[in-house]
Design a protein around this ligand. Structure first.
Ligand code: C2G
Length: 446
């Protein structure tokens, strides 16, 4: 009996998939089809899958060509499958020609002619038109957004706005998009807005974007006052718009895994969280020049508050800020200490003091430690009373990671996948409230 195996995502099942499976089946007597998990697709950079795994399996099954369906969940699984299932032929479409030649050491490799003029990507783009994004702000983070947005299908950067025309022009030239010096014109031409301007301008830009019927992805901290956050989220909800705070850590696969493990019971009940993020800045950077809205806490606080609020909840019993100021009175190192009913937490943020950037989650049975850059979680360890026992976990994090939040933002707009649990409105509002409290205590807001 000749056994054949093939793999695929089989998203938005189409004729190309059907013909591939039909011919694969004809290569032998028994066909095994490996269908990729969502997680594996994200890991290999496929960020736009629409159908759920169950739907994709169901569609492969319906063809009647698969004698057996298996799940493909990790890189490197193929060779193991070939051995495990005694495979004679591995086959895949001609778009992969050459890539799987190494498998010839284990079985015969056949690349089947790919069916022309049909693909899941084409269907995805037919089904929902490509959303045009307008970018407000031209700073470092906007420059990081540009290469990442290109990797997520269903969205394309249309143009950029900056009240300083020269900056908008330079940015537009660099990234080959349009420069706008009139916000109304930008709103006219786009479907969604990405806001990466200085913190204190976020509220006005978010409000204006929502009022023009645009979905908004706003950099963190979205706003610096609880009332403003509530008002904007309420407005978005009433008008069926997505308002999304871009704390990239919240959308990164490794961080999601970390939260899952932290809540799994293996470290018992969580009683202490300590999150630290420091980044030494040049004295002439905006974060240190802006004496009202700059400083360590507004700049880095969102990252450190995220694991605390995700794990202990939005409601704390007490909060206390201990601050190291520079000669101008700006916070260059801030420690926010919380008590919750379930435990205690500290968030350390530094722009002018360097410390060990680490996330520690301590429970009644053990603790989790994530070294810097824990905000781009790729690896973490779980330790127990018995120091010789260490569980290690890892996850991929591609480049700057903004692609994950852009993908989740799009999923929410297109109602494809549930992503809003990764950073809820309530959690965003709570963070705005903490920022506000800090600025009031520092005498910067009344
Ligand atoms: N295919 C085809 N013709 C098309 C589109 C796709 O023959 N017009 C083939 C692909 O070459 C692949 C299979 O259909 O063999 C499934 O395609 P996808 O769902 O796009 O999956 P893919 O990302 O190619 O996964 O581990 C995963 C595999 O390596 C391939």
């Amino acid at each position: 009996m000749t056994k054949v195996i093939t793999y695929g995502t089989f998203d938005l099942f189409h004729e190309g998939h059907y013909r591939l499976l039909q011919r694969a089946r004809m290569l032998g007597d028994y066909l095994i089809v490996g269908v990729t998990t969502d997680k594996y697709d994200i890991e290999r950079g496929k960020l736009n899958v629409v159908d759920s795994l169950m739907t994709r399996i169901e569609n492969v099954k319906k063809t009647g060509f698969a004698d057996e369906i298996i799940i493909e969940e990790t890189q490197g699984q193929k060779v193991n499958d070939v051995k495990k299932y005694n495979i004679d032929i591995f086959t895949v479409g001609s778009d992969w020609t050459g890539i799987f030649d190494f498998m010839n050491d284990y079985c015969k490799v056949i690349y089947l002619e790919r069916t022309k003029n049909i693909s899941s990507t084409m269907l995805r783009e037919q089904n929902r038109r490509i959303l045009k994004a307008g970018i407000i702000g031209t700073g470092r983070i906007a420059n990081r957004f540009m290469p990442e947005v290109k990797l997520v299908s269903g969205i394309s950067a249309q143009g950029v706005y900056n009240p300083h025309q020269q900056s908008a022009k330079q940015f537009a030239q660099k990234w080959q998009i349009n420069a706008y010096n009139d916000l109304e014109m930008l709103f006219h031409d786009v479907d969604v807005v990405y806001i990466a301007s200085p913190h204190e301008t976020h509220y006005g830009y978010v409000k204006a974007s929502l009022e023009h019927g645009k979905h908004v992805l706003c950099e963190k901290p979205m706003v610096l006052a609880e009332k403003q956050a509530k008002e904007l989220f309420n407005y978005a909800r009433e008008h069926n718009l997505i308002l999304f705070e871009g704390i990239k850590t919240a959308y990164c696969p490794g961080f999601e895994k970390l939260l899952g493990i932290a809540c799994s019971g293996i470290i018992g009940s969580i009683r202490y969280i300590d999150a630290c993020f420091t980044k030494l800045e040049q004295k002439n950077n905006r974060e240190l020049l802006d004496k009202k809205y700059g400083g360590s806490f507004t700049e880095l606080g969102s990252y450190c508050l995220l694991p605390i609020i995700k794990l202990f909840g939005e409601k704390y019993e007490s909060i206390r800020f201990d601050v190291v100021h520079d000669e101008s009175g700006l916070d260059i190192f801030t420690k926010a200490s919380f008590t919750f009913t379930r435990g205690i937490a500290t968030a350390f943020c530094g722009l002018g003091v360097k410390s060990e950037g680490r996330l520690l989650i301590a429970g009644t049975k053990g603790y989790i430690v994530v070294e810097a850059p824990w905000w781009k979680t790729t690896y973490f360890e779980v330790h127990y009373e018995d120091a010789s026992q260490v569980d290690k976990y890892s996850e991929r994090f591609l480049s700057d990671g903004l692609r994950y939040e852009i993908k989740d933002f799009l999923n929410m707009i297109n109602r494809n996948n549930k992503s809003d649990f990764k950073l809820t409105r309530g959690e965003s509002v709570a963070m705005a409230g903490i920022m506000e409290k800090f600025l009031i205590e520092e005498g910067r807001l009344t």
